[in-house]
Design a protein around this ligand. Structure first.
Ligand SMILES: Nc1ncnc2c1ncn2[C@@H]1O[C@H](COP(=O)(O)OP(=O)(O)OP(=O)(O)O)[C@@H](O)[C@H]1O
Ligand SMILES: [Mg+2]
Length: 793
């Protein structure tokens, strides 16, 4: 036990130590380094590459051999004056030079072929690596930087790996061949120039150290410049809208200046280095001439002949060529390694979203979704944007997600197709953890329509079929009708074949959103997510799309992030998020009863929308389905015949038809609105008339009551006067009337007789009080004069 632990510890120490050692030596294991990774690409073409090197070596030898013949030419031809020999030499030279030429043609072709195949493979692998990256990679890296890597960095690397590297190897071969020939010609002379060659190499090493940071700086500044350019072009509308052209020009110009200075720094170093190299090279020539002359003149036996010296001189020139190239090679290497670092950076970057080795192919989904205590942080950040979120969605449910901006709605739905992985908890689809599924089998069953829709610069048809290239024309048009965009598309001169501008710029925001809805519908998803994807369309169009979607999405799980009531009111469930927390969940009625966040939102925001929706509902009910919009009728039958080429007249007729349909739709909505307005004014008038009538009747009633009361008082006064006169009989009669009927009763009798409406208790009370007051003044006499009922008996 102890031993195994010790062994494991030793292993880990060894593992840890290796990189430290490499760091100290300032080298990296070759296959792991940038250069090693890039050499891996050449390794795939190794046989072609080796063949190319062999051809080059032979070609160098063939070019160098004539130099050796010079010595013999001088001795055999010029000294003897034999013209036949001259002819033979000329033929021999022609054969050598001609063969070298033919071989150099082959090597050139092979080089270009290797280069093209290499760049093809490199670009494909790079693109593949980019496709593998998670969303967070694109959050962290600017588009301009990524573009520079796939274009200029790849070009730079290709140039190095094919042209420069091959030339470097050629130079080494040439150097070896020529140095060997020089040794054959004269060992002392060759030995004399070797220190000069060593000095040149030492200079190269110094130069390499000096220019490494300069190239790094150039690449960095270049990356910033391209990123700024890309951002400026993408955001050109914002720049113009804020009239910031001058500021942007200044910013760009400053970055461009940084690039200029970085390049000038490099040029300054290069211009010092180039002539220094020339100087050292020329010193070697002087040394050869001096030593050669000394040997020819001073050394007895004249071991170095003039002919040998000439040959040596030519070979020396052939050595200096490759050595000078090596200096340039180092600068090219630095340049390539900076570009290569960035390429290998992408190739070796592993995505956080990975598939488990035993991931399962998700079967056809039923559509339930469960969030179990999900929390989430964006990679590389510390803040939790979703905190402990748990809920369940049953298959086929329609769920509306609400919450203030930045509350985490988009972040939450982006977790379902695994665009990002949860930081805590789990998400289950049909009871299976999405991290256990194959990503393709998950994403192919989920349609997501984002708020910021992106369309490719291809035809509308190809954009629509992007997720499902096998969809039929009928299916495509049906989806376009549901998204209420079919009428618009066929109104375009090229119809479905119209090419969409860059980022769909020739289309409005609402049109783009509708095309992207149709695109998602075409993959026939079991779960569909709309992330504020109808925000750019008008209320009426959204209403029409909602109606059409209702039928299509029946039985499918739908999640809608929205601010509009039309999308919320049919929801089975409403989720309310705030600051990354799930604050409320329930139906519209449940949440209203709860009187919390949603209820507050509903009261403040949605009341007005509800009114508008009711109008639209009333309108939709009042019309024949065919009159509303083709979108509401769902997919119209489309003939399956092959479509013949359209004539100009047909196109114009179709255009007119499309215009008419659009006009009818707009007119229909206007008419409905007018009718509703009319209805409203008519109803108001009716209500006003009724109120006026009621008022009139009330006034009449009041007048009658007043009259009756006045009459009663008149009569009462009369009887009082008569009582005072002592007329008992009459007084009794009046007193009897008093006990049986009050002024109120009188008024009641009078009023009911004329209008049939009851008077109020207040009126009665008032009348009684008035009577009591009246009686108070005469009360004594009355009470004394009017006997009570029992008294009467
Ligand atoms: N790619 C990202 N990297 C880091 N943080 C992010 C990223 N995207 C969003 N956030 C942060 O996550 C939080 C939630 O953002 P999210 O986009 O989910 O909000 P939202 O509710 O959809 O808002 P809105 O209604 O404005 O669309 C915000 O605070 C935001 O700053
Ligand atoms: Mg959002």
């Amino acid at each position: 036990m102890m031993q195994t632990e010790k062994k494991a510890q030793e292993m880990s120490v060894r593992k840890k130590k290796a990189p430290v050692l490499f760091q100290k030596l300032k080298v990296t294991p070759i296959m792991k380094s940038t250069f090693g990774t890039l050499l891996g690409f050449i390794w795939k073409l190794k046989w072609e590459f080796i063949a190319r090197l062999v051809v080059n070596a032979i070609s160098s030898l063939l070019i160098s051999l004539p130099v050796l013949l010079i010595k013999n030419l001088v001795n055999d031809v010029f000294k003897s004056g034999d013209l036949n020999m001259l002819g033979l030499y000329l033929v021999g030279l022609l054969v050598l030079v001609g063969s070298a030429g033919i071989l150099s043609y082959f090597s050139g072709y092979m080089n270009a072929r290797i280069g093209e195949r290499l760049i093809y493979k490199l670009r494909n692998d790079l693109y593949l690596a980019l496709q593998r990256q998670s969303f967070s990679y694109f959050d962290e890296n600017r588009t301009g930087d990524i573009m520079a890597r796939v274009t200029s960095d790849v070009d730079q690397t290709r140039h190095f790996l094919t042209d420069v590297l091959v030339q470097f190897l050629n130079s080494i071969i040439q150097l070896a061949v020529v140095l060997s020939l020089m040794f054959v010609l004269s060992v002392p002379l060759t030995l004399a120039i070797i220190p000069i060659c060593a000095a040149i190499f030492a200079m190269i090493i110094a130069y390499r150290r000096r220019i490494r940071p300069l190239y790094k700086r150039i690449r960095e500044v270049y990356g910033k410049l391209t990123a700024a350019l890309q951002e400026n072009v993408s955001g050109v509308r914002v720049v113009r809208a804020f009239a910031k052209e001058e500021v942007e020009i200044k910013k760009f110009s400053s970055k461009n200046y940084d690039l200029l200075s970085a390049n000038m720094n490099l040029i300054r170093t290069n211009t010092v280095f180039g002539p220094t190299m020339d100087l050292v090279g020329n010193i070697s020539l002087v040394v050869v001439i001096l030593l050669g002359a000394y040997a020819a003149l001073e050394i007895p036996g004249n071991s170095v002949q003039v002919a040998t010296l000439v040959s040596f001189f030519i070979l020396l020139q052939m050595v200096l060529g490759p050595i000078k190239f090596l200096a340039n090679f180092m600068s090219s290497y630095q340049q390539m390694i900076a570009a290569g670092d960035r390429i290998v950076g992408i190739l070796n970057h592993t995505s956080e979203i990975t598939e488990k080795p035993n991931a399962i192919n998700l079967p056809s989904l039923v559509g339930s979704i469960d969030f179990n205590a999900v929390s989430f942080k964006y990679p590389g950040t510390e803040r939790e944007v979703l905190k402990d979120i748990s809920f369940s969605i049953k298959p086929g449910e329609k769920v509306a997600i609400l919450g203030p901006t930045g509350s985490g709605k988009s972040s939450m739905v982006n977790l379902i197709p695994r665009f990002y992985d949860v930081s805590g908890g789990a998400i289950l689809v049909d009871g299976i953890d999405i991290r256990d599924c194959k990503i393709k089998s998950l994403r192919s069953q989920i349609g997501i329509v984002a708020h910021d829709t992106f369309l490719f610069s291809i035809s509308i048809k190809d954009n629509l079929l992007y997720g499902n290239v096998k969809a039929s024309k009928d299916e495509m048009e049906a989806a376009a009708k549901i998204a209420n965009i079919h009428d618009f598309i066929i109104s375009l001169p090229e119809g479905y074949n119209t090419i969409v501008g860059e980022r769909g710029i020739s289309l409005s925001g609402g049109q783009r959103q509708r095309i992207s809805i149709a695109r998602s519908l075409l993959i026939n998803p079991r779960i569909i997510i709309f992330d504020d994807s109808l925000s750019a369309v008008d209320v009426e169009t959204e209403y029409l799309i909602q109606q059409a979607l209702k039928r299509v999405m029946a039985g499918r799980t739908t999640l809608i992030i929205t601010q509009r009531l039309s999308s919320i009111r049919d929801a089975d469930k409403i989720l309310y998020l705030d600051n990354g927390q799930l604050k409320e969940i329930g139906s519209h009625a449940d949440l209203l009863a709860k009187d919390g966040y949603y209820a507050r939102l509903y009261k403040t925001l949605y009341r007005d929308q509800e009114k508008q929706l009711r109008e639209l509902d009333a309108y939709a009910r009042s019309r024949e389905p065919g009159m509303i919009s083709p979108a509401l009728q769902g997919a119209l039958p489309v003939e399956n015949e092959a479509v013949p080429e359209k004539t100009a007249r047909q196109i114009s007729r179709e255009q007119k038809k499309a215009d008419k349909i659009e006009l009818m739709r707009v007119k229909g909505i206007d008419e409905a609105r007018k009718k509703l307005e009319e209805m409203k004014t008519k109803e108001e008038e009716k209500r006003k008339k009724e109120a006026e009538l009621e008022l009139e009747q009330q006034q009449k009633l009041e007048a009658k009551k007043k009259e009756a009361i006045e009459k009663w008082f008149e009569r009462a006064e009369k009887s009082d006067v008569e009582l005072q006169k002592g007329t008992k009989l009459e007084s009794e009669h009046v007193a009897g009337q008093d006990s049986d009927s009050t002024p109120h009763d009188v008024a009641l009798v009078d009023a009911t007789s004329s209008t049939g409406t009851a008077t109020t208790a207040t009126t009665t009370m008032k009348a009684r009080k008035a009577l009591a007051k009246e009686k108070k003044s005469t009360g004594h006499q009355e009470r004394s004069t009017i006997p009570k009922e029992d008294e009467q008996h």
